[in-house]
Unconditional design. Sequence first.
Length: 167
Amino acid sequence: MRQWIHRLHRLEDGLLALLLATMIVLAGTQILLRNLFDSGFVWIDPLLRVMLLWLGLLGATVAARYNKHIRIDLLARRFKRNTDRLLQAVVGQVSAWTCLVIAWFGMDWIRLDYEDGISSMVGVPAWSLEIAVPLAFALIGFRYLLLSCTWARRYRLHRLVERRRAT
C-alpha cells in the first residue's frame, strides 16, 4: 500500500512540474510571437486556462497531502493539544465529506457533458478537460478522511494513556 501511495505522490509531483514547465514555455512562446511577429496561436490561451485549472487542483491535492490548506487556527491556540486533535478530526471529517460531495456532483457534471457531446477548444471533448475537478476533490476528500482518522486515533491513544496514568 505504501508503495502505491509513494507512486501517487511522485506522479502528482511530476505532473505539477510538467504542467508548470509547459505553461511557462507556452506562455513565453505566445508572448514572443505577439511582440515580435504580431501573431500567435489561437489555441494557446484557452489551453493555458485549462492547464491552470489542472495545476491549481493538483496543487490542492498536494497541499492536502501535507495538510497545508488555508485554515483558521483561532480556536486551536485556546485548547490543549489533545483537544485540538479532536477538533482536527472533526474538521477533517467535514472537509472530507464536503470534498467527496463536490466530487460526486462533479462526476455528474462530467457525465452530462459526455452524454451531450459538448466540445471545448478545437473539438476536444469538454469532459476530458473538466475531469480534473471531480478527481482532485475525490483525492482531497480521501486524504482528509485518512488524516481525520489519524487525528482521532492520536486523540484516543492520548486519552488511554491519561486514563492509565490516573489509575
